[in-house]
Design a protein around this ligand. Sequence first.
Ligand SMILES: Nc1nc2c(c(=O)[nH]1)N[C@H]1C(S)=C(S)[C@@H](COP(=O)(O)O)O[C@H]1N2
Ligand SMILES: [Mo]
Length: 197
Amino acid sequence: MPFATRGFSGRRGQADTRIPPGQTMVEKWPVLSAGPTPQVKTEDWEFTVHDETGTDHRWSWDELLALGVEDITVDIHCVTHWSKLGMAWRGVSLDKILQGVTSEHRYLMAHSYGGYTTNLPLEDLVGGKAWIATEAEGEPLHPEHGGPARLLVPHLYFWKSAKWVRGLTMMPGNDPGFWERYGYHIYGDPWKEQRYR
Ligand SMILES: Nc1nc2c(c(=O)[nH]1)N[C@H]1C(S)=C(S)[C@@H](COP(=O)(O)O)O[C@H]1N2
Ligand SMILES: [Mo]
């Protein structure tokens, strides 16, 4: 092969199995926000889970971190066709948040400071698949990337990873969130190219 060294084709071969169809790898991390960046201080930050009994489960910043943080290395895939591989994150597993919540409902709406919403099935937030991320690439999450805390649901397109997340509401049905109402796919599996409806 005159146009590719063995090293190049080897690297590409490895990356191909990690890049979903229609995606292109990026090195720099783009910022995509539908509105202005909310400025939320950790001392004011609060995370709330609302269930159908009317009970609110609340965590302050310190209470969140006291649940235990873990390091996660994952690939992220944006519906606008970029993927960033091997990102180092730190955060609290949503298993730790949701284990204390009893609900008959099987869907959730994630709510953000600033008003963004996105819907998710409960089964996609438990089982070691989703986190409240507080750090990325070795630094506290920058405000433009959702700091102080955002959802991290790397097996779905990145619009499901709500920045500036402030809570979850249990829902009986799979109601659409912000982008889903504008025609984004209700679920968003990057491996099935579930971009739009
Ligand atoms: N609150 C909030 N969360 C959001 C968004 C947003 O506009 N507001 N954009 C989503 C989209 S479409 C993407 S691709 C990612 C972008 O995250 P980044 O800016 O850290 O790359 O955040 C998602 N979460
Ligand atoms: Mo996106």
